[in-house]
Design a protein around this ligand. Sequence first.
Ligand code: ADP
Length: 295
Amino acid sequence: MVELSQAGDGLLRKGFAGDTFNTAWYARACLGPDWSVDYFTALGDDAMSDELAAFIAGAGIGTNLIRRIKGKTPGLYMINLKNGERSFSYWRDSSAARSLAADPDHLREAVESADLVYFSGITLAILPQEDAATLLAEVRRAKAAGKLVVFDPNIRPRLWSSYDVMHATISEGARSSVLVMPSFDDEAAHFGDDSIEATIQRYLALGAINVVVKNGADGVNLHFGGEDTFVPAEKVETIVDTTSAGDSFNGAFLARYLESQDAPAAARFAAGVAARVVSEHGALVAREKLGLSGG
Ligand code: ADP
């Protein structure tokens, strides 16, 4: 999405961000050059869509899977600041991204080209219901074919038509995935889980195989390969901006897990990256500031 934030004197600064894109950004930043990361979405054919596509490509993320839709534009949101409190206004009802799963053949080709497929509750929430069903059928197929299908429920009630549709669709997302990466505060608030263990058990019962529950400054609980592990968060002196803490954790975790196949080590690495992200302004923190060594 296009992001507008306040730059003083009534001026607005333009940026680009969004939950799955943020995750792709951190995965790209943390992976070695042997790996490719592609972003699957739909854009329009206006100048802003061109700029957004160029921004994605500039981050080293592949844009070949992005479909362009005539007459459409990207979604837009604005960050409002009042007395230090942030609130968000969205213009996304007619965004091109809402059509990302409207071409089933293109969707299948994209999923088949990947070893790992990542999507979120926000991806599902913005799609027309029949397109969400198409996407879910495709990721179930990928899961059956042995691909690593990863889902972050990223629960945003405002995006859903009702609680019932939200619960049913997010549960279906988890059922269709190999790895679910929820944030405990969202799960407690919207699924009524009274413990992290309850979140893990609910997703396992749905059919997820591995669950990684993020819990802010209180660390991460992994149920991975049948084993439970706790990884603490890193101590952060001053929290500057928690935007995309969860997205950066996911991207860094997946990058390190793909390279090492060691989930607890990947979580320790991701906790370090997320700690740096919350110490800086903005959703997308430059690679040089993430404290990565080598490559
Ligand atoms: P989300 O942004 O999805 O709500 P969390 O708040 O659980 O996700 O944060 C994701 C990760 O970011 C945590 O697992 C942790 O590693 C890191 N993190 C978030 N907040 C803090 C904090 N206050 N101190 C240290 N690390 C943090």
